[in-house]
Design a protein around this ligand. Structure first.
Ligand code: PHE
Length: 341
């Protein structure tokens, strides 16, 4: 009997050594320590043994049970450790490999320029005022001193809607009327940014949609000197502290006198290059003193109030800053273009 018990122990321990996965380990436990295992049977049949044999066999069986239970625990721990090591090896991370770059979102170049423009004007005390992109002909033209059939309307090729008199604004200037009517007779210092639309042939130099940033200051005794000083200060903050500026006479129906502001070409420093078309100057905005008729249309008495206005194109400014030669790049959403900013 004792020999039989020893044999069971030997077989059990030998089997245990061979076990390589936890499922077989469980099967082993059932086989050697379970209810119907050989050892349990011996205990069940103790009654068949002699009085003398019983305590000896009982002790033997229990000793072996303990030994096997211990061996089972040790083997289980070893198997767990083994499987951890295995997965560590197979899922090994090579920390010396260069990381993969994340696809980082970023602001559109036009938005970057817009934000810079906003912050400069904010520093100078100009609030942002927004008005609608779908506009009445009345605001886009008539109230800006361009009655029906006025030849100057041809400067702005217009998208009309199916509703007569409702158009897509061709510039941000109708916002001048909106803000004046909202604020009169208080003094005004605002910028009016937003999308504009023109019925153009799309080329590398012309788009049917683009941003403008309009500016308007209305108050008592505002002069052309204020216009020049304010816009020059803007150009210095936007481009370079030492940038040269000049004002050229222009004509807009809603300002009188009207001008365009140029800055010294920052590519060639005024020497002449392909970007400035060998003039040494880059045109960046249109401006002028608000026309008395426009002031009146906005609810201000031109005898008492005066003001200046300006309008610039942030995409055009971005093109100059980064030497982008095709305006169509702005709305194409080509990653290779956008990623560069
Ligand atoms: N609205 C003009 C344009 O679109 C620009 C401008 C704005 C000129 C304000 C003078 C004053 O071309």
């Amino acid at each position: 009997m004792q020999e039989q018990i020893e044999k069971i122990g030997e077989a059990a321990l030998a089997d245990l050594k061979e076990i390589g996965e936890s499922a077989s380990l469980q099967a082993w436990k059932v086989q050697y320590l379970g209810r119907s295992a050989a050892l349990s049977k011996i205990l069940d049949n103790m009654g068949d043994l002699t009085k003398e044999e019983r305590p000896i066999v009982g002790r033997k069986v229990n000793e072996l049970k303990n030994t096997l239970q211990e061996a089972f625990a040790v083997r289980g721990a070893a198997l767990r450790e083994e499987s951890i090591q295995k997965s560590l090896l197979s899922e090994k991370v090579d920390i010396t490999l260069p990381g993969r770059e994340l696809n980082r979102g970023r602001l559109h170049p036009a938005t970057q320029t817009l934000r810079k423009i906003y912050s400069i004007w904010a520093d100078m005390g100009f609030q942002i005022f927004r008005s609608r992109e779908v506009e009445l002909d009345e605001y886009n033209f008539e109230l800006l001193n361009m009655p029906e059939h006025h030849p100057a309307r041809d400067m702005w090729d217009t998208f009309h809607t199916t509703t007569p008199g409702v158009i897509l604004r061709t510039h941000t200037s109708p916002g001048q009327i909106h803000v004046m009517r909202a604020r009169a007779p208080e003094p005004i210092r605002v910028i009016l940014p937003g999308m504009c639309y023109r019925y153009e042939q799309i080329t590398s130099r012309a788009e049917i949609q683009f941003n403008q940033v309009e500016g308007l200051a209305v108050g008592r005794s505002i002069t052309f000197a204020d216009l020049k000083g304010t816009l020059t200060s803007f150009a210095r903050r936007m481009f370079d502290q030492n940038v040269g500026t000049r004002f050229r006479a222009q004509h807009f129906p809603f300002t009188e006198p009207s001008a365009e502001m140029d800055i010294e070409c920052f590519i060639c420093g005024g020497q002449g290059c392909s970007v400035c078309k060998y003039t040494g100057w880059l045109e960046i905005l249109g401006c002028g003193m608000v026309h008395p008729t426009v002031l009146e249309n906005g609810g201000y008495d031109p005898a008492e109030f005066s003001g200046f206005a300006f309008g610039m194109g942030p995409e055009r400014i971005t093109m100059l800053l980064h030497q982008i030669d095709d305006i169509r790049a702005f709305w194409k959403n080509d990653w290779r273009f956008l990623e560069q900013f």
